[in-house]
Design a protein around this ligand. Structure first.
Ligand code: DGP
Length: 113
């Protein structure tokens, strides 16, 4: 089932897009949990990491490399950042279109909540 993120991909609803290519889109989270909070999503509709398959290996690698590149562009690479993929209910996932949170600009704590 399509989600709000599919509507963002299709430009049916607006988002603060920071990067786009044929395979993925990155935009600022509407409810930021850090000074820099960007979501990196594949254009392919994969509900969550739990549904990722062997066929998605290259795509998932692309998302991670893109996150690294965006972190550099945003000036948070040297100071550090966190990548998170909330997965299914106990992972705290709310939107069922696979996404990677890029969080930075403040000290992260561990363990996460
Ligand atoms: P998760 O819990 O991992 O599924 O996080 C989903 C994130 O998506 C959450 O941090 C808020 C964000 N979000 C939800 N709806 C929208 C939207 O319409 N626009 C933007 N930019 N972000 C959204």
């Amino acid at each position: 089932m399509s989600t709000i993120f599919k509507k963002i991909i299709d430009k049916e609803i607006p988002a603060d897009i920071v990067y786009e290519d044929d395979l993925c889109l990155a935009f600022r989270d509407i409810d930021p949990k850090a000074p820099t909070h960007i979501l990196i999503i594949p254009k392919k509709e994969i509900p969550s990491m739990a549904e990722a398959s062997q066929d998605d290996e290259g795509l998932l690698g692309h998302l991670l490399v893109t996150a690294s590149r965006i972190a550099k562009d945003q000036g948070i690479s040297d100071s550090g950042y966190r990548l998170v993929a909330n997965t299914n209910n106990q992972g705290g996932q709310e939107v069922y279109h696979l996404h990677i949170h890029l969080l930075g600009g403040r000290q992260m704590t561990w363990p996460p909540g």
